[in-house]
Design a protein around this ligand. Structure first.
Ligand code: P6P
Length: 335
């Protein structure tokens, strides 16, 4: 019988082994995430046609200018997550504090952290952008969530993944049972399984880093980057340089083609000594995905998933991708 495709709901409920978290509650949450992504995708696709481009004139908690599409994506996700009936609060890259589910709405024992539209500086030039999400179970007693429920180590995540608004719209996620990719079929408005059991090459062929920051790096980072630019490496020739400037797009390409993405600590902005990327809404979810795909992720010293978040918006250096490439970069930087 023709399969007519495998939906995310089917994949969660039938194709996941007896995962204690691949329950109806998690399925409900991911279903609401998918609905949010479809609404965001609709606006992203027509961004050039309506007055949803450009700036709002505001600045977010990160000190970054906020774009109208950022605000829209953030509002959609907060609204839909609060009505999922299975979470107690959300934390967004765009908001200083956690946002509780109002008392008149049903609550649950999950919490979600997201970057609603990562790479948003690329929106106006039609470059791929994405939504990154990270899901934990609450640990404090009672139905109310507390900030400490969010200050976790990445290995405690129940699920994580991202939506990529690119040439096609994809969902790539894990619940700890491997990494699976789903592609949106616009003709039926459904994400269908397109890339089951994604694995990343042990040694890649691409390195991704913003080399305009060279003068702000310390010598160990320069040595690690030169390793990939030389022929004295596991490839025996220089790696290809690819850098889109949109984390989800750079990560996704390296996941499929093999490679390493690096955003090291730098001296460029004294307010961001650990670099630009956030631990909870960027590094930890993508590190859960890459490890489930057979890759690795460190902050240049230790495993990202072992780092406990000391605050909601704490930043971290990030070296993520093919296992042997990340191991080598980390070895060079800790010698
Ligand atoms: P830079 C986008 O603003 C973002 O947060 C990530 O998506 C991306 O990897 C990074 O910043 C790019 O930063 O400093 O290289 O422009």
């Amino acid at each position: 019988m023709e399969s007519f495709g495998i939906t995310v709901t089917e994949h969660l409920l039938i194709h996941q082994k007896e995962n204690p978290y691949a329950t109806g509650q998690l399925t409900r949450l991911i279903t609401e995430l998918i609905f949010s992504a479809k609404i965001i995708e609709r606006e992203v696709r027509k961004a050039g046609l309506v007055d949803i481009l450009g700036m709002t004139g505001d600045v977010n908690i990160q000190g970054e200018k906020v774009r109208k599409l950022d605000v829209f994506a953030n509002q959609v996700l907060i609204y839909r997550m609060q009505r999922s009936g299975v979470i107690c609060a959300v934390s967004s890259e765009e908001n200083a504090d956690i946002i509780e589910v109002p008392d008149d709405l049903p609550k649950g024992s999950y919490l979600i952290i997201f970057d609603p539209l990562d790479g948003s500086t690329n929106i106006d030039v039609n470059v791929n952008i994405g939504t990154i999400f990270s899901i934990y179970r609450k640990i404090t007693e009672g139905t109310e969530c507390a900030t400490e429920d969010f200050l976790r180590k990445g290995y405690e995540q129940v699920s994580a993944g991202y939506f990529l608004y690119g040439t096609s719209t994809m969902l790539v996620y894990t619940t700890g049972e491997g990494v699976h990719g789903f592609t949106l079929d616009p003709s039926v408005g459904e994400f269908l399984l397109s890339h089951p059991n994604i694995t990343i090459r042990e040694t890649g062929r691409t390195y991704s880093i913003n080399e305009s920051n060279l003068m702000y790096w310390d010598e160990r980072i320069k040595k690690a980057v030169n390793y990939f630019k030389s022929s004295e490496n596991l490839r025996g020739k220089p790696y290809n340089a690819r850098y889109i400037g949109s984390l989800v797009a750079d990560f996704h390409r390296n996941l499929f083609d093999g490679g390493i993405f690096m955003y090291p600590a730098d001296k460029k902005d004294p307010s961001k000594p650990k670099g630009k990327l956030r631990l909870l809404c960027e590094a930890a979810p993508l590190s859960f995905v890459v490890e489930q795909a057979g890759g690795a992720a460190t902050d240049g010293k230790q495993r990202i998933l072992d780092i406990k978040a000391e605050s909601l918006h704490v930043r971290t250096p990030l070296f993520i991708g093919s296992k042997k490439d990340v191991e080598m970069a980390t070895k060079i930087m800790t010698e």
